[in-house]
Design a protein around this ligand. Structure first.
Ligand code: GLU
Length: 449
């Protein structure tokens, strides 16, 4: 059984990097469904009461739903504070957390002194030397302690990372992390371990910015008498230009929706960038999950390219059935029209522009005198044409005009396309002309003449 979790803090909207992490956790769990079983959990990390907002919690749920990443269960850290207290008491009894009183300025000064001596800026554990009397004095002065987790310097830290392979850390080269503030509130580190244990998380898959947290958390799992889950840290996401961009940090589901992109285009891209597997348009999650494999993830940043996203989106649209899109299409656009127009679309929403070409009005082009005369001849030919000619109306029309005027190639086709669609490119005219119909064809050619 594989149990994964996505653990956003509801202090803002999900951005594409968060979405990618959520997707990968979803896929890892869903891939296991066909085998030993898999569950994908949502954990709302809302211990920061000041910055967490309920509307962001709603937005996170809605974004996941739009993407099709529905969780199998949800937990909220704000509802579990008593459980963290209990775990904390256990660590206290075991001497794994200790009281500290340094102010931010004092800590900053200590760091600067160490850096000035070219030493790593590790917390010096001065508070471990405080006596009962010292603590009593702070208490008498009304100074409450904050708490650090005491790393075990003799316990080697190692794990086999799902992406980064063998990882080793020396606890002695790390600062004992602050786990609880003086006001009793929690920092991220400890509650996350407690939750991972309680929720039976087997696999923690997250960004490589968490690698050093993992080193600390591995000792926390042990201190809480639990076996740490498997860990995997993926390389971060960068823009097409190869840098972490501000824009990427604020791009999310709202933008994808607004641009008219398909959720599966976003998923298809985010599932494969940064891996050795090709990015392919996938229509359903099961197929994406099937191919999901941490072993194919590289150490180099994953590149998110809008142009690639659009290309994948177009591939999906080109394969969409009328039934999938009927509700999104303009009034009157039937299946035949959809199938004709579909190959020209990058997004379903563009069907509206094409339908305007069919139903009109179409702006009459500025043609040279020669082309205008040709348009006049074309209007007459279209009027006289057997619209049900078995070669098709477009073939019949252009064949007739070729014979009558000697024009061919671009000189034959372009003025007709301009007059009939107002554009120099677009759907296959063979398919488009029957949709436009004889009356509008004649009318538009006359207007261009
Ligand atoms: N709330 C944490 C974050 O968003 C979760 C990290 C984790 O996956 O443990 O960074």
């Amino acid at each position: 059984m594989i149990v994964t979790r996505f653990a956003p803090s509801p202090t803002g909207h999900l951005h594409v990097g968060n979405i990618r992490t959520a997707l990968h956790n979803f896929l890892l769990a869903h891939k296991a469904r066909g085998q030993a079983g898999g569950r994908f959990m949502l954990r709302i990390d809302d211990t920061d009461a000041e910055r967490s907002r309920e509307d962001y919690v709603d937005a996170i749920r809605a974004d996941l739903a739009w993407l099709g990443l529905n969780p199998d269960g949800e937990e909220r850290q704000s509802a579990r504070l008593a459980i963290y207290d209990a775990a904390f008491e256990r660590l206290k009894s075991a001497g794994r957390v200790y009281r500290c009183y340094e102010t931010a300025q004092e800590l900053d000064l200590k760091r600067k002194i160490l850096l000035g001596r070219k030493l790593p800026p590790i917390y010096d554990r001065a508070a471990l030397a405080l006596t009962d009397d010292d603590h009593a004095r702070f208490a008498a002065d009304g100074v409450a302690p904050h708490w650090r987790f005491r790393l075990d310097h003799d316990e080697p830290i190692a794990w086999d990372d799902g992406v980064r392979e063998a990882q080793h850390f020396d606890a002695a080269s790390m600062s004992d992390p602050v786990v609880r503030r003086a006001d009793g509130s929690w920092l991220y580190m400890l509650p996350s371990c407690v939750d991972d244990i309680d929720m039976g998380i087997t696999d923690v898959l997250r960004g490589e910015d968490h690698v050093s947290n993992t080193a600390v958390q591995i000792q926390m799992f042990t201190a809480l008498s639990a076996t740490p889950p498997r860990f995997a840290h993926e390389a971060l996401l960068v823009g097409a230009e190869g840098k972490l961009s501000k824009r990427l940090g604020s791009t999310g589901v709202a933008d994808f929706r607004e641009q008219g992109l398909e959720p599966m285009a976003v998923n298809s891209l985010l599932a494969r960038i940064g891996t050795s597997q090709p990015v392919e348009a996938q229509h359903d999650m099961a197929a994406l999950a099937q191919g999901f494999d941490l072993a194919t993830f590289g150490r180099a940043p994953a590149r998110f390219d809008d142009a690639e996203l659009l290309r994948i989106n177009a591939q999906l649209v080109h394969a969409m059935d009328y039934a999938d899109v009927a509700g999104l299409l303009p009034e009157g656009m039937d299946e035949a029209a959809w199938l004709t127009i579909r190959p020209n679309l990058e997004k379903v929403t563009e069907a509206h522009e094409w339908w305007t070409v069919v139903t009109g009005p179409v702006a009459a082009p500025e043609l040279s005198a020669e082309d205008a005369a040709f348009a006049q001849a074309a209007a007459d030919a279209a009027q006289a044409l057997d619209w049900n000619d078995e070669a098709g109306a477009w073939k019949a029309l252009t064949n007739a005009l070729k014979q009558a005027t000697g024009r061919k190639g671009k000189a034959l086709f372009l003025p007709l396309r301009l007059a009939l669609t107002g554009m120099d490119h677009g759907p296959d005219m063979n398919a488009l002309l029957p949709l436009i119909g004889q009356a509008r064809t004649v009318e538009r050619l006359r207007a261009a003449a």
